[in-house]
Design a protein around this ligand. Structure first.
Ligand SMILES: *[C@@H]1O[C@H](CO)[C@@H](O)[C@H](O)[C@H]1NC(C)=O
Ligand SMILES: *[C@@H]1O[C@H](CO)[C@@H](O)[C@H](O)[C@H]1NC(C)=O
Ligand SMILES: *[C@@H]1O[C@H](CO)[C@@H](O)[C@H](O)[C@H]1NC(C)=O
Ligand SMILES: *[C@@H]1O[C@H](CO)[C@@H](O)[C@H](O)[C@H]1NC(C)=O
Ligand SMILES: *[C@@H]1O[C@H](CO)[C@@H](O)[C@H](O)[C@H]1NC(C)=O
Ligand SMILES: *[C@@H]1O[C@H](CO)[C@@H](O)[C@H](O)[C@H]1NC(C)=O
Length: 153
């Protein structure tokens, strides 16, 4: 009798522990899911996509967590990717060629502005290569360059 009690007393906490983890742990990143709640129950910023828990597009995976991708101007590398789809990693996240960093919105990369089109913000930086923003806020080609529809040559 005494022996049985000891066994039960030892096993009960283990059973409790098992259920605590099995019920609350949810599904780790990379494992099968049927519902986004399966993933988010376990890790924030996840979703059930293609039958597996994955980090949402704005986050990347480190082990079993999902971390914010890197903002424009901040340090990045192969394991810490840039957030803006129109940016690239050059030690820090910078806009790709033919895009400029718009400083009116919350720092997004926008397509560079063509000649003869109203400038963005910052004015000169918003214009395509070899163009600047004139005094009436149009992108115009620098002296010695000729405008095509989309560039200054
Ligand atoms: C997913 O889970 C949520 C929250 O538990 C629930 O409201 C929703 O109906 C579920 N969807 C499916 C397809 O099971
Ligand atoms: C996933 O979520 C669904 C809906 O809430 C639930 O029925 C199912 O048991 C969960 N699966 C896992 C592996 O947690
Ligand atoms: C990226 O930077 C982080 C933090 O500085 C570092 O832990 C990680 O090893 C780096 N990854 C690569 C591929 O350099
Ligand atoms: C600039 O745009 C105006 C109309 O918006 C047009 O009349 C003019 O021909 C354009 N100039 C060039 C160089 O494309
Ligand atoms: C600025 O550029 C636009 C578009 O090419 C042109 O219409 C306008 O006259 C220019 N402004 C000045 C002050 O030259
Ligand atoms: C914009 O570019 C023009 C032409 O290169 C230059 O004269 C002007 O000073 C620049 N404006 C600013 C605010 O940098």
């Amino acid at each position: 009798m005494g022996y049985l009690y000891t066994v039960v007393l030892l096993i009960l906490p283990l059973i409790a522990l098992y259920f605590q983890f099995a019920v609350s742990a949810g599904v780790p990143v990379g494992e099968a899911c049927t519902n986004t709640s399966n993933c988010t129950d376990n890790i924030a910023n996840t979703e059930c996509k293609g039958g597996k828990c994955q980090c949402v597009i704005t986050h990347y995976q480190i082990k079993n967590t999902c971390v914010d991708k890197v903002a424009l101007g901040a340090s990045c590398n192969a394991t810490m990717p840039c957030l803006d789809t129109n940016s690239k990693c050059e030690k820090t996240c910078v806009c790709k060629d033919s895009f400029y960093k718009d400083t009116t919105s919350d720092s997004k990369c926008k397509p560079s502005i063509y000649p003869n089109v109203t400038c963005g913000t910052p004015k000169n930086e918003s214009c395509v290569v070899n163009a600047y923003c004139n005094s009436t806020s149009f992108c115009v080609c620098e002296i010695g360059f000729t405008a095509t529809k989309t560039s200054c040559k």
